[in-house]
Design a binder for this molecule. Structure first.
Ligand SMILES: Cc1ncc(C[n+]2csc(CCOP(=O)(O)OP(=O)(O)O)c2C)c(N)n1
Length: 377
């Protein structure tokens, strides 16, 4: 275990034994809530398994997974309300799933078909779900940090009590946006949770070469906000620190920087080979701390979770992903004329000319185009 960081899971199990003697409270999540968290973590990994396979088979162009980082994203997103804002990086698909976004909408985005709300304009895994307050993922590292700070300030000006969470990696803490976002949020006491998933790598650069600070959380001091280090593979600990940060933000007490210590157990993306820089050796050391395995063990001890229960959850998750893929692979690409939409309210004459020429060469086929019309549950 990593030292000097908040952990909950193991001490909750100990408290359970103590409880018999002293009547100590355990964690404040019901058995059903813990199972819900577990299912979301498993679904996130099942999506990654399939997404990676689809890329290897040439059915999508790219995939970026979060193997080993499921607790950091699900534990934190579980502490939010549905009207809170998520500004994620490309590695937090699980937060969208937890919000109730159907798997097929994430698959549609990866395929860039007509069901994709962004209609193929973004790289795979750069999701956007407006109706779920899930902001469009940007490729340039760190941009979501200032977007969250700005939206947090907007919430404050509008006297709304929604908060914003911004997810980013250790590499993003070297961006200018990290400095300006945290500075503004600190000065204006914006209701923002800055969640740095320290997965030890920024592609091939280890965190030891990213910063001379003793930790990422330590940087919070300079911006006048609390900084917390948490075991990012302990989903209950991540939930707890985020819930505390959300409460502070909602009460007008300003932002918090959370550093979730974890490890990227897979490659940076399907375009990366960690054996070239030793990333695979580091991941091997973390395998025994796999966040899904840890929660499963916790549930076995605390909730009587059985092998059969577990197999069912995995089977359901993999089945859901497989169905989503087969449905969405049948959906056509966005119509060609959509290439000319969404930039200008009125398409300028030179683009009208180009559009008409394109449509003359490739006459339109009927296509389903219902990208952003799904009902958010
Ligand atoms: C401004 C900017 N610089 C460089 C890149 C290239 N790039 C893509 S991902 C990445 C590493 C990011 O690492 P980190 O923030 O730790 O997040 P992780 O990928 O580990 O989740 C880099 C440098 C980029 N996308 N944007």
């Amino acid at each position: 275990m990593v030292e000097g960081v908040l952990q909950v899971m193991e001490s909750a199990l100990e408290a359970r034994d103590d409880k018999k003697k002293k009547g100590k409270p355990e964690i404040d999540l019901s058995d059903d809530q813990i199972k819900e968290i577990y299912r979301a973590m498993v679904l996130t990994r099942a999506l990654e398994e399939r997404g990676t396979a689809l890329q290897r088979q040439g059915r999508i162009g790219f995939y970026i997974g979060s193997w080993g980082q499921e607790a950091a994203q699900i534990g934190s997103a579980y502490a939010l309300r549905k009207d809170d804002w998520i500004f994620s990086a490309y590695r937090e698909a699980g937060t969208a799933l937890l919000r109730g976004i159907p798997v097929r909408h994430l698959v549609a985005q990866c395929l860039g078909n007509a069901d994709d709300p962004a209609r193929g304009r973004q790289m795979p895994c750069h999701y956007t779900f407006r109706k779920a307050n899930f902001a469009s993922v940007s490729s340039p590292i760190g941009t979501q940090i200032i977007q969250a700070a700005g939206t947090g300030m907007a919430m404050k000006y509008r006297k709304k009590d929604s908060v914003c969470i911004s997810y980013f990696g250790d590499g993003a803490t070297s961006s200018n946006d990290f400095h300006s976002g945290l500075n503004f949020a600190g000065v204006f006491k914006a209701p923002v949770i800055f969640l740095c998933t320290n997965n030890q790598w920024a592609i091939s650069l280890p965190v030891s070469k990213q910063t001379a600070s003793e930790s990422i959380a330590a940087k919070a001091v300079a911006y006048g906000m609390p900084g917390v280090r948490v075991d990012g593979n302990d989903v209950l600990a991540v939930y707890k620190v985020t819930r505390d940060a959300v409460e502070r933000a909602r009460n007008g007490e300003g932002p918090t920087l959370i550093e979730a210590l974890t490890c990227r157990m897979g490659p940076h993306s399907t375009a990366d080979d960690p054996t070239r820089y030793g990333g695979d050796r580091e991941a091997e050391c973390w395998r025994e701390k796999d966040p899904i395995e840890r929660l499963r063990h916790f549930m076995e001890v605390r909730n009587g979770w059985t092998k059969e229960d577990d197999e069912k959850v995995w089977e359901d998750a993999r089945g859901e992903v497989a169905r989503a893929v087969s449905e969405e692979e049948r959906v056509a690409l966005p119509p060609l004329n959509s290439l000319f939409e969404d930039v200008y309210e009125k398409v300028p004459p030179h683009l009208v000319e180009q559009r008409d020429e394109l449509l003359r060469i490739h006459p339109p086929k009927p296509a389903k185009d219902e990208g952003d019309d799904y009902k958010f549950p």
